[in-house]
Design a protein around this ligand. Structure first.
Ligand SMILES: [Zn+2]
Length: 310
């Protein structure tokens, strides 16, 4: 699987990389739709099963794309290389194409379509906040947005400052005060898509979708992941996420790790196989993006005062 990284350094490179990704996704979805369509011709029950697989396939593809391409496009690609936002890409180049493919076969859109359209406005911003904070657990280098990039984000995603900018300001504040932001806990992972439940949504409603089966509580990132799980409970109910295994003490940790958070994070990272220096994710700018706020953003102090008050 590709890692989130810059899509290129100029608009031509970015455009051809995006075209390549859109083509890959469309081809994959098209195959699912064609197969499902063939299956659906054999009877009503199979038609329902086929529609379920289409809905499931689109959703899980979306999660992977949002996690990989979302941060690449809106955070890691240099500003002068950006040709559109991730939301524009995903709705125009992927969603519209998928919709047309379904229409061609007379298949209805998945039930969650409206919810999906809403998620394209915020999910990957929430995810980026999370992968930045938990960067050591991924072998991906990551950095925060500069003041100029934030203006672009607010323009492309009205309300971004209010919903997500405040967290970057607080990360920046920590850096400026000599405390690089690092997590204090392990994130919950979705029991369906395995992606961390960051759950910072517009309006700051923290919503985790939960379901209890035989005394075990399962957590989901969205009503859609919960719905997929419910369709195939037998298939998925025994699976444990990395964090589930950690909580169940199935991951070997030293006694010291249980009392020392720094040591705990080191051991988790070694356990994940990132043993060599440089494999675990870093901020390659070492927080330089945060210092730009202090030096170049006259609004920064005012915003900090406002967020601290809230
Ligand atoms: Zn999920």
């Amino acid at each position: 699987m590709d890692k989130p990284k810059s899509l290129g350094s100029n608009p031509e490179e970015v455009k051809s990389e995006l075209a390549r990704r859109a083509e890959l996704i469309s081809t994959r979805l098209k195959r699912t739709i064609e197969f499902a369509n063939k299956l659906g011709k054999r009877g009503r029950q199979l038609k329902e099963a086929a529609e379920y697989y289409i809905a499931k396939s689109f959703w899980l593809n979306w999660r992977a794309i949002a996690a990989l391409t979302g941060p690449s496009m809106d955070y890691l690609t240099p500003l002068d290389g950006r040709i559109m936002s991730f939301r524009e890409f995903i709705t125009e180049w992927v969603g519209a194409q998928f919709k047309r493919q379904l229409e061609d076969y007379g298949i209805e859109l998945p039930w969650y379509w409206k919810y999906w359209e809403e998620e394209t406005k915020w999910w990957h911003h929430s995810f980026e906040l999370g992968i930045y904070l938990w960067r050591r657990t991924l072998n991906i280098h990551n950095r925060g947005p500069t003041p100029e990039e934030r203006r672009w984000l607010e323009e492309k995603y009205p309300g971004w400052e209010e919903n997500f900018g405040r967290y970057w300001d607080l990360y920046a504040k920590n850096y400026i005060e000599g405390r690089p932001p690092l997590p204090k806990t392990a994130p919950l992972l979705c029991n369906m898509c395995q992606v961390p439940l960051i759950s910072i949504k517009p309006g700051r409603h923290v919503v985790i979708y939960q379901k209890e089966i035989n005394g075990r509580v399962y957590n989901f990132c969205s009503p859609v992941c919960m719905w997929i799980f419910e369709q195939e409970v037998e298939r998925y109910k025994g699976h444990m996420t990395y964090v589930d295994r950690m909580a169940a003490m199935k991951i070997k940790l030293s006694p010291e790790a249980l009392t020392n958070i720094e040591r705990l994070w080191d051991e988790i990272i070694w356990n994940m196989g990132f043993t060599e220096a440089g494999e675990a994710g870093l901020d390659p700018t070492n927080g330089a993006w945060a210092l730009l706020y202090k030096e170049k953003d006259p609004e920064y102090q005012k915003r900090i005062a406002k967020w601290m008050e809230a």
